[in-house]
Design a protein around this ligand. Structure first.
Ligand SMILES: NC(=O)c1ccc[n+]([C@@H]2O[C@H](COP(=O)([O-])OP(=O)(O)OC[C@H]3O[C@@H](n4cnc5c(N)ncnc54)[C@H](O)[C@@H]3O)[C@@H](O)[C@H]2O)c1
Length: 390
């Protein structure tokens, strides 16, 4: 039997909290192939709390570090799971790859295209795996949508729409303060939430060819509001919190995409991913076909998708998308499967978000191929310069 893969968790904040539970789910489902041997956070208390959770759920206490380089200096991990703010992804991943460790990094792959490309180059040079933790496409309904589209019921896609306007009060901090700082977060909400959506565009419709974007900073200051309604000191918001774009896909489809992290009146507006094809429309999880037939995609998938496909998409009957992405990474290290969302997929998803922002800066439609090549960087220059990304 193969030895377990020793994993080091770097970053022990909000999103990292799920990692021990996911490992336990995989182990319980018969995939006892990974062991959390080390955890790290700049804030020691957070790293200890991640270690406590691992000990409780997995019966083994990982070593605690506050400097990931010390973790890499020891023979304690074979792979790292990077769950830090966007600013640090490329530095940590490049160091870990150079130190001979496989890397899974949370979305977005990186803070700028140049940073992302450096990670891909290092992965190729070192021969180590680089995966991006993209969970959305692994959800049951997304697999079911893809399966339904693959059956050709819709014909060629022609029109694509996705809109999500937040109902969150406009001045409230979204999650963590760093998300509102350009040098920590990058391109704001269109990168942070947007890469999930661009990954889904690519998954369901295919590559985007051209983007004409408009992005705005609608809320210059943000606040935490406590249970008594008392506001914190103002936090400056230096990222775009609203973005809209016209999209042209390689397949010829045209579309509109919009998302904001701010709104008014507590009223959200949402158009789920909607694809009009030659013979019908997929709206969210329902297919409406010309002639009146209506298909709920999850039922369709459960009733008619081949067992082999279901087993490969939901090994061991697991359905938690974060567990599935983590398990795929471990199995890929063992050579049992390939990474579905590797570094290249991460780069291509973030290039669409990036194109929206750069297109807005230049007030011109941009080709994704050019953005991927690192052209059109007026917005990103400040970040590349400040973080010394070469
Ligand atoms: N897939 C999803 O659905 C999803 C959801 C939320 C967040 N995320 C992603 O997860 C990542 C982390 O987000 P979060 O919400 O957990 O942020 P967070 O601020 O809660 O946690 C990040 C942690 O990383 C630590 N950190 C930063 N630099 C470090 C370094 N050099 N070494 C060690 N630790 C370091 C911070 O101290 C912090 O505790 C981001 O990339 C974010 O986009 C993904």
């Amino acid at each position: 039997m193969n030895q377990k893969i020793r994993v080091g968790l770097i970053g022990s904040g909000g999103m990292a909290k799920s990692r021990s539970r996911c490992l336990k789910e995989s182990t319980d489902a018969g995939y006892d192939i990974g062991q959390l041997t080390a955890v790290c956070d700049l804030i020691e208390e957070r790293a200890h709390s991640a270690a406590d959770m691992a000990e409780e759920l997995l019966g083994h206490r990982p070593r605690v570090f506050t400097d990931y380089r010390r973790m890499l200096d020891e023979d304690i991990v074979d792979a790292v799971d990077v769950v830090t703010d966007h600013r640090s992804h490329h530095t940590i991943v490049n160091d870990a790859l150079e130190a001979g460790r496989h890397c899974l990094v949370e979305k977005p792959l990186a803070i700028t295209i140049r940073a992302a490309r450096s990670m891909l180059d290092t992965a190729i040079r070192t021969g180590k795996l680089l995966g991006v933790a993209e969970n959305y496409r692994r959800a049951v309904n997304q697999r079911a949508r893809r399966y339904a589209l693959d059956q050709g019921l819709l014909g060629e896609p022609k029109i694509v729409i996705q809109i999500s306007i937040s109902g969150r009060p406009p001045q409230v901090v979204v999650g963590t303060p760093w998300r509102h700082r350009k040098l920590d977060a990058g391109m704001g909400w269109v990168l942070d939430m947007g890469v999930h959506e661009t990954d889904l565009f690519r998954y369901h419709v295919g590559d985007v060819k051209q983007v004409f974007g408009s992005a705005k900073k609608l809320t210059p200051a943000r606040y935490f509001i406590d249970a008594l309604g008392i506001k914190s000191e103002a936090l400056e918001n230096s990222v775009e919190d609203a973005a809209f774009a016209l999209l042209e896909f390689e397949c010829g489809a045209t579309g509109v995409w919009g998302l904001t992290s701010t709104g008014h009146g507590g009223e959200a507006t949402s158009v789920p991913l909607t694809i009009y094809g030659e013979e019908g429309c997929l709206k969210g999880d329902t297919l409406f076909l010309d002639g009146g037939r209506r298909i709920e995609v999850e039922e369709f998938y459960k009733d008619s998708a081949p067992t082999e496909l279901k087993r490969s998409q939901f090994p061991g009957g697991l359905t938690n998308p974060v567990t599935l992405e983590q398990l795929e990474f471990l199995r890929a290290i063992n050579g049992d499967v390939e990474l579905e969302t590797d570094g290249q997929a991460g780069l291509e998803a973030m290039a669409i978000s990036c194109a929206v922002i750069e297109s807005s800066e230049e007030n011109l439609p941009l080709q994704i191929a050019d953005v991927l090549q690192g052209r059109h960087t007026s917005y990103q220059d400040e970040i590349n310069d400040a973080l010394d990304i070469s």
